[in-house]
Design a protein around this ligand. Structure first.
Ligand code: ZN
Length: 93
């Protein structure tokens, strides 16, 4: 039950956290790098980073990305157009 000062950079398990990749509970560890929280799942090896908004940013690139411009999610709008068929069958007279 001894808490060392090392803990501030050590990985700590997040109690109750569920891995977004393998859905295992209590397998996620968390640590800070340069004030940026990172997470890692010890069960499946999934890692991600949390951005300023606390959103998960999967770290697949392997490169250091310090500048992340907050981009609003592009709203995908599906437009459906109906073209009335000009060759509609007219009732024969
Ligand atoms: Zn996992």
């Amino acid at each position: 039950m001894s808490e060392d000062a090392v803990n501030k950079t050590k990985k700590r398990f997040i109690a109750g956290a569920v891995c977004p990749a393998c859905s295992e509970a209590d397998k996620l560890t968390m640590w800070n790098e340069d004030g940026v929280p990172h997470r890692e799942c010890v069960a499946c090896g999934f890692t991600d980073t949390l951005n300023e908004q606390g959103l998960s940013v999967p770290s697949e690139l392997g490169t250091r990305v310090n500048q992340q411009a907050p981009k609003p999610a592009a709203a995908k709008v599906q437009t459906v157009q109906f073209f009335p068929n000009p060759k509609l069958k007219k009732p024969a007279d």
